[in-house]
Design a protein around this ligand. Structure first.
Ligand code: CA
Length: 458
């Protein structure tokens, strides 16, 4: 009898173990930087082929209304990585890059996706741009990542000969943070390749080394953020584009696309397609000074029109979600964490309510309603706000000017203000926005540009 019970227990444990493994799919988030909504093939781009990025949408789901939480880099990344509106914890602008500033980063009490996935045994790696604090206490290895290969500031130069500073603490002029050597965890390294290729190599290597574990790979390319620099290999593909800025931008996007292809091939080589969620998105809309195009959307990076907020957004999970479909309800970058929490059942800190939701029931058809009744945005220094509900979007560019209501489904470029004819709807959205805004905290750190290393090295 005892033997029988022990056998049963062992069997139960084995099933539980199997079940636990099944509940821990790998996660790969591939994020580009300042790439335009219109600059991927799956959103209609004609002059820059992106066959590998398109493959994520073709073999998975293309989100036609995929949003980030802020129209510039760092706050958007804070929203993605915590699954929460970053304004809730005062992360409301790009922070100063001062590595001696103990306020300028993702607050330590805000659990991020790597810290959360660590609790259920994930091996976490970030490759590329961090931009959530430069002080040692904010860096990736202190924030749930087992592996870090990249840089901590908001952008970087792309050729190895430009990387001259040993680290950001030794930078002695504004902008010099673009010229630091890369870090492998806490150690600076010498590199010899075009930066985007460097990150792609590392991404492929990370999967090769960790194929047997549940892993989270955050591959966060700084391309195609300025400076606009591409290697000859990629420039040669675009001799037909006359405009030099657009040509170089195209080459940068093409380099990313090659890398995405290599990463997906590596997943497939290890037979991981059915056990790996792959999300692709840009951290905010195209900046346009980099040659990006957000058309048909209005506006660009730094604006609360859709050109600043709605980004290329696709999700592949072979065999688990449909392939080759469009999903049109608005979704958020915060939903990546919501989805992982839903899939793994991992417990999050009791005082942290997530704004991101689990997208799985919506993608499998189990739930046909919209994942979000409302999505909100509020910039801090400019006081620009927006709220989207269904196909309606209310935009206020500053508190003094008139608030405009756009019906995005009929008016993708937010050109026809229908607020006068829809006063009740306008008031409702405005009230919802105010209610949400009242939950936000004031900015907790100084803005980008306030630290001048030529004046103060601390
Ligand atoms: Ca960005």
């Amino acid at each position: 009898m005892i033997k029988f019970l022990t056998g049963c227990l062992l069997l139960c444990f084995s099933i539980a173990a199997l079940f636990a493994v099944d509940q821990r799919p790998n996660l790969v988030i591939i994020m580009t930087d300042d790439q335009g909504y219109g600059d991927v093939g799956f959103n209609g781009c004609k002059d820059i082929p992106t066959p590998h990025i398109d493959r994520i949408a073709r073999e998975g789901v293309r989100f036609t209304n995929g949003y980030v939480t802020y129209p510039v880099c760092s706050p958007s990344r804070a929203g993605l990585i915590t699954g929460r509106y970053q304004g809730r914890f005062g992360y409301r602008r790009n922070p100063t890059l001062n590595p001696f500033d103990e306020m300028a980063g993702l607050p330590l009490e805000e659990e991020n996706i790597a810290e959360i996935l660590h609790k259920v045994g994930y091996h976490n790696g970030i490759i590329g741009k961090w931009h959530l604090g430069t002080h040692p206490k904010f860096r990736p290895n202190a924030r749930g990542f087992d592996e870090f290969y990249g840089f901590v500031a908001g952008g970087h130069r792309y050729f190895p000969e430009d990387l001259i500073y040993s680290d950001i603490e030794s930078v002695d002029r504004k902008g010099g943070w673009y010229n630091t050597k890369l870090l492998r965890n806490e150690t600076r390294v010498e590199t010899d390749e075009y930066l985007t290729d460097e990150f792609s190599n590392e991404g492929v290597d990370f999967i090769e080394r960790n194929a047997e574990k549940p892993f989270f790979l955050y591959l966060t390319y700084n391309a195609p953020h300025t400076p606009i620099q591409a290697s000859q290999k990629y420039l040669d593909r675009f001799t037909h584009i006359e405009d030099k800025l657009r040509r170089t931008y195209a080459a940068m996007v093409s380099a990313v696309d090659d890398g995405v292809g290599r990463v997906i091939d590596k997943l497939d080589e290890h037979d991981l397609a059915e056990n790996t969620l792959v999300f692709f998105l840009s951290d905010n809309g195209g900046a346009t000074n980099n040659g990006s195009i957000n058309a048909p959307l209005r506006g660009k990076k730094g604006m609360v029109y859709d050109g600043g907020l709605r980004v290329p957004f696709a999700f592949r999970w072979t065999g688990k979600i449909p392939s080759g479909i469009d999903y049109d309800h608005p979704v958020s970058s915060m939903d990546m964490l919501g989805t992982m929490v839903g899939l793994t059942g991992v417990e999050i800190a009791a005082d942290r309510s997530l704004d991101g939701v689990n997208l799985m029931p919506f993608l499998t058809g189990e739930n046909s309603s919209a994942p979000h009744d409302y999505l909100f945005w509020r910039m801090f220094d400019k006081e620009h706000t927006a709220v989207r509900s269904g196909s309606d979007k209310l935009v206020t560019i500053d508190p003094e000017s008139k608030t405009s209501l756009y019906r995005i489904s009929d008016d993708i470029d937010e050109s026809a203000d229908i607020s006068n004819a829809n006063a009740e709807r306008t008031d409702l959205l405005d009230n919802k926005l105010k209610e949400w805004s009242s939950q936000l905290k004031p900015a907790i750190f100084d803005p980008l540009g306030t630290w001048d290393p030529s004046v103060s090295r601390e």
